[in-house]
Design a protein around this ligand. Structure first.
Ligand code: WTA
Length: 638
């Protein structure tokens, strides 16, 4: 039996028990047997959830790119590492071998150095899903620079917030991005984002779309000529185990996004270990995760986890609906994909289309299907199982978070029997608990409560960039001595976990976490608006959609003003991005508030759902009369 690769349920239980009883031995053996270290650790784990302070593999030295690239050059030099499938099906796919990846990453790393990037500097990467994105990420890791990838669907304002918070002095971007039949002017967005940010002194530009752009003298540089001149040999910078590897922003329920900091050794071990088990990767497999590298799923399960295992990982530039809804399945057939990992929202969108889009293609290469990012509803699960997996490929419903670095609760395919909508069992090393409203741990099965973790795991985030206090307040204060996930969950009769959803003001729309506060702030900036409150409501494809209750300065006149609704959505698009647009807007005379002036979103949520019988006692509100008025003019679609 190997700790590293679990092959059946009995092994799972043995390994799981060992991981709980002897966590340090367990994680030490895995690290020892499966990774390349420049120097071994002196201490496997030191932790204190009160501070919080979490340190894995202290004293160890390594470089993650030697694990993801160099060590494969001995036995996999000509194996495809990254298989790039462009947006346009007419454009040829690129098979980048491990040897080529090594050369391209080293060249890029040398470019970064020549442009003044040092170990510990932050580099903001704002690129579409093209090979240069993965190469830039790995090049940063090669020289110990901290990458901060920002999803290229974010607006200039959202990008600016992230550049400032991380203190990035370099940005890597492209002239434009292809997305279906559209071209998005990325460089223009960067220009707008950094007009007032002086710390950015270099913008490296990839030529992707040949879009005409402005190049600011001394600041903006085309990448291609620099790469040609640079050497393909670059010594890896030796990193300490707990040196930061990257920052990745995730929405919080209030205020600015949180820059989650992941460190080197623990993240590497955890992302690689979970990849191997969840996807049961075999040497000839072609693995495809459809996420964008701008999210944690792309970091852990397109780049680091697969490459650390010497896998072939697919990067797809396009969208599922272009040139038609068969695009995913065409790619599965073309590249003989063996593992396919996507989001429930994509499954729901594709399930709505004719089955012919699926049945046109040979999907017999598929062995394992996965989902991530939000709960998968039963209907979508069955559609996926019946039509894509043809009833023979296990579905891994993987629960985890940006903060956890890797998958935490998930079936292991061919080992764990699955039940639709259940993420099932914790992976080795993971100790979930459910906590009741009084902060007590709920023992036994058939329980529902707040999902917490009572023991650290190597992949967990160590802090929030530049704000350790917020890290403590958000994750380690709700329940004493536990990591609080922000999710609710239930544990059924056999101990399987089912995630019931967020317990805070984060709403997951199409698999993207959106905090209500920043959206409300964006709306409130509109000159006609007094204040606003956002609530989520179920949506057949997006999972949740957003409904905004908005008080206007001149309510009567503008009540049904369609232009105003469009302007408000435009405002949101500019401040955050198109993903945060509202599906429903209701202009109101006021928002229900309690005596201390707090907006009662709970009541608005019920009104939105049409559950007006169960609003509870509204007489204690400061302004009970607005509830009636809001019910009368119930929100209409934008
Ligand atoms: C939700 C994505 C139900 C959850 C990797 C979590 C899920 C948040 C699942 C993190 C799942 C993720 N079932 N809910 N399988 N996976 N979630 O940071 O609410 O983008 O807290 O990380 O997504 O989203 P994030």
């Amino acid at each position: 039996m190997s700790n590293y690769h679990i092959k059946n349920l009995e092994e799972y239980w043995q390994v799981y028990r060992k991981s709980i009883n002897e966590p340090e031995i367990f994680w030490s053996e895995i690290a020892e047997e499966h990774f390349l270290w420049r120097k071994k650790w002196d201490k496997v784990l030191e932790w204190d959830f009160d501070k919080p302070s979490i340190k894995w593999y202290q004293g160890a030295e390594l470089n993650i790119t030697e694990n993801c690239i160099d060590r494969h050059l001995f036995n996999r030099a000509d194996k495809t590492a990254i298989l790039f499938e462009p947006n346009n099906p007419q454009e040829k796919a690129q098979h980048i071998t491990y040897k080529q990846l090594s050369e391209r990453v080293n060249k890029m790393a040398n470019v970064l150095k020549s442009q003044g990037v040092n170990k510990g500097d932050r580099v903001c990467i704002y690129l579409p899903m093209i090979p240069e994105l993965a190469i830039s990420v790995l090049a940063c890791a090669r020289i110990g620079a901290i990458h901060s990838v920002v999803f290229a669907g974010f607006s200039a304002d959202a990008l600016a917030t992230r550049i400032k918070d991380s203190g990035s002095k370099m940005i890597i971007t492209s002239d434009g991005a292809y997305r279906g039949n559209k071209t998005i002017e990325l460089k223009k967005i960067v220009d707008e984002a950094i007009v007032d940010i002086d710390i950015v002194n270099k913008v490296l530009v990839v030529n992707r779309t040949k879009t005409k752009i402005n190049m600011k003298n001394g600041r903006d540089i085309w990448l291609a000529p620099l790469l040609i001149k640079s050497s393909d040999i670059c010594e890896a910078t030796i990193m300490k185990a707990e040196d930061p590897l990257f920052i990745l922003y995730t929405s919080g329920s209030t205020g600015k996004p949180k820059g989650m900091v992941h460190t080197t050794a623990g993240y590497m071990v955890y992302s690689a270990y979970t990849f191997k088990n969840i996807f049961q990767y075999q040497e000839k497999d072609v693995y495809w995760c459809t996420a964008d590298i701008g999210w944690i799923t792309g970091h852990s399960y397109i780049i680091y986890g697969p490459l650390a295992n010497g896998a072939t990982t697919v990067m797809f530039e396009g969208i599922p609906s272009y040139p038609d809804y068969g695009r995913f399945w065409e790619i599965v057939e073309k590249h003989k994909i063996t593992q396919f990992y996507t989001a429930p929202t994509a499954i729901r969108a594709l399930a709505k289309e004719k089955l012919d889009y699926v049945n046109r293609y040979d999907l017999s290469s598929l062995k394992i299907l996965g989902t991530v990012g939000e709960p998968i509803n039963e209907e979508a699960w069955h559609w996926y199982n019946d039509n894509i997996g043809k009833g023979k490929s296990p579905i891994v419903d993987t629960w985890w978070q940006t903060e956890t670095g890797g998958i935490m609760i998930s079936p292991i395919p061919f080992s764990t029997p699955t039940i639709p909508t259940y993420a099932t069992l914790p992976l080795p090393g993971i100790q979930p608990v459910l906590v009741g409203n009084d902060g007590e741990e709920l023992q036994g099965n058939n329980k529902e409560g707040k999902l917490c973790m009572k023991f650290p795991w190597p992949g967990m985030a160590r802090t929030i960039w530049d704000n350790h206090k917020r890290f403590k307040d958000t994750y380690f204060s709700e329940v004493k001595n536990m990591y609080f996930t922000g999710d609710g969950a239930l544990r059924n009769a056999v101990g399987y976990y089912r995630i019931t959803g967020r317990t805070d003001d984060v709403i997951i729309v199409s698999g993207h976490n959106l905090g209500t506060a920043p959206i409300e702030d964006a709306i409130n900036e509109h000159p006609a608006v007094v204040e606003s409150a956002i609530v989520g409501f179920p949506h057949s494809i997006k999972g949740n959609a957003l409904c905004g209750y908005i008080t206007l300065k001149q309510y009567g006149e503008s009540r049904d003003h369609d232009n105003l609704k469009a302007e408000i959505n435009q405002m949101i698009t500019e401040r955050i991005g198109g993903i945060a647009k509202l599906d429903q807007i209701q202009f109101t005379v006021g928002l229900p508030k309690n005596r201390s002036g707090k907006i009662m979103r709970r009541i608005l949520r019920k009104i939105t759902l049409g559950d007006i019988e169960n609003l509870g006692d509204t007489s204690t509100l400061l302004n009970p009369e607005v509830v009636e008025l809001i019910i009368e003019g119930r929100a209409v679609k934008v």
